[in-house]
Design a protein around this ligand. Sequence first.
Ligand SMILES: C[S@@+](CC[C@H](N)C(=O)[O-])C[C@H]1O[C@@H](n2cnc3c(N)ncnc32)[C@H](O)[C@@H]1O
Length: 279
Amino acid sequence: MGNQMLGAMVNEHYGSEGLLDRILTVARETGIEIDEARSDDFSAVSEFHIGGRKATIDLGNMAQLSAGDKVLDVGSGLGGPARTLVEKFAVRVEGIDLTHEFCLVANELTRITGFSDRAVFSQGNALSLTGDSDHYDVVWTQQSCMNIEDKRRMLSEAYRVLKPGGTFIFQEVFAGDREGAIRLPVPWARKSEMSFLWPAEAIRNSILEAGFIENIWKNVTTQYLEEYRVTAEKTRDSMQSSTLGVHLLLGNEAKLMRKNVVDNLSKGLISVYQGVFKK
Ligand SMILES: C[S@@+](CC[C@H](N)C(=O)[O-])C[C@H]1O[C@@H](n2cnc3c(N)ncnc32)[C@H](O)[C@@H]1O
């Protein structure tokens, strides 16, 4: 499939008009004063990956981020991870994401929570980054490559924009140990044409072939599974009781999508890895 067609499918899959209003309305209903909102107030909806805010902080610690580091977040979603990194590690983040609406919401939640001078988001494609070569201290990506077919190109772009000695850090969903079709829909795909999960060792080899040096390679499939299972089971209640959560992004199929993630993980059809590599 061409990159342009895939890009349109990704935008259609994730984008849904009125997302910001939905988030702010539910936030108010849960008692959040929007003018005084903190970054963590929106984490349940804006940290859109297994392990939520905790996984972002774990990953930030693994990357040994330093204050002032220039971070590129590839597939920055609603900006939850970026705001957590700014808040906890005093870095500066530029986020790019293919989904136009996510960038609008990310910038607005960042303005509301007072981080606009340190985190900014724009529409962009992981396969053709606009940034200069040797520019960032850190290239960060969290569960944004499942929709990317040309993973070697994504890795070579990440390598290009990273400074020599810089850090490439990720959390990603890969294929599992067991072969077989995954149960769909999942949060990143309703159809199999949109989901590109490679076996972990194939990705690891491609990262090394791109020129990176491995520091950490970690299977975290079981680490966050139980907590994910619990929140996934509560999805329907959250939808009915006006609670902030990723169901605001995923719509009516949210419960099924999250249940399928739990089933796919439990059956070994998908896995979750974290990695830290150096240029
Ligand atoms: C599951 S969300 C994760 C968002 C964010 N990283 C987080 O953890 O909260 C996946 C994101 O990847 C983005 N994405 C998918 N393909 C992309 C590409 N080729 N370039 C940039 N972003 C992409 C989607 O638009 C979506 O926002």
